[in-house]
Write a protein that binds this ligand. Sequence first.
Ligand code: 5GP
Length: 178
Amino acid sequence: MIQEVKEILLTEEQIQKRVAELGRQITEDYAGKEVVLVGVLKGAIVFFTDLARQIQGDVKMDFISCSSYGSSTVSSGVVRILKDLDRPVEGKHVIVVEDIVDTGTTLSYLLENLQSRKAASVRLCSLLNKPDRRKVDVHVDYEGFVIPDEFVIGYGLDFDEKYRHLPYIGILKEEVYQ
Ligand code: 5GP
């Protein structure tokens, strides 16, 4: 483990096992249907690529990028789309793939935005859920792990664009971001 990490919260093995379970569940739920996986850049990329490979059936991929203004460890509540989907989702079954639901601000905006494009269905798959910090109600259809109110990095999650490549999820030492 690297020195900036206080504690490993989820090991590579725990993550991979859970991702395979989520993939099996999605495979069952969407049997006979085409699904569009919408990855939320950049935090969801590692989870997205692992999850996609655990889903059997017709899968298409698209990506969206949002920003919420604020400091790097606390989100502000204002969301805007930086990169939109490449294709329309009208009539499609969409699963939004996200790294973490924290205050819920980004996801509530995004889910509403995709629903307004007349998708046949929109569900949310988030690897992590931090319910203690929720400000806006968001229903997580497929959830990897519930975690405590700590700032985590690794497996796609960054601090200042670092640590995304780590295969585990760790709690960042406070002195790194304070
Ligand atoms: P929300 O809009 O739910 O407050 O924030 C969601 C976004 O904030 C996530 O997609 C992620 O980019 C960022 N975020 C929230 N909590 C954490 C965390 O513990 N670690 C990291 N690296 N990013 C986080």
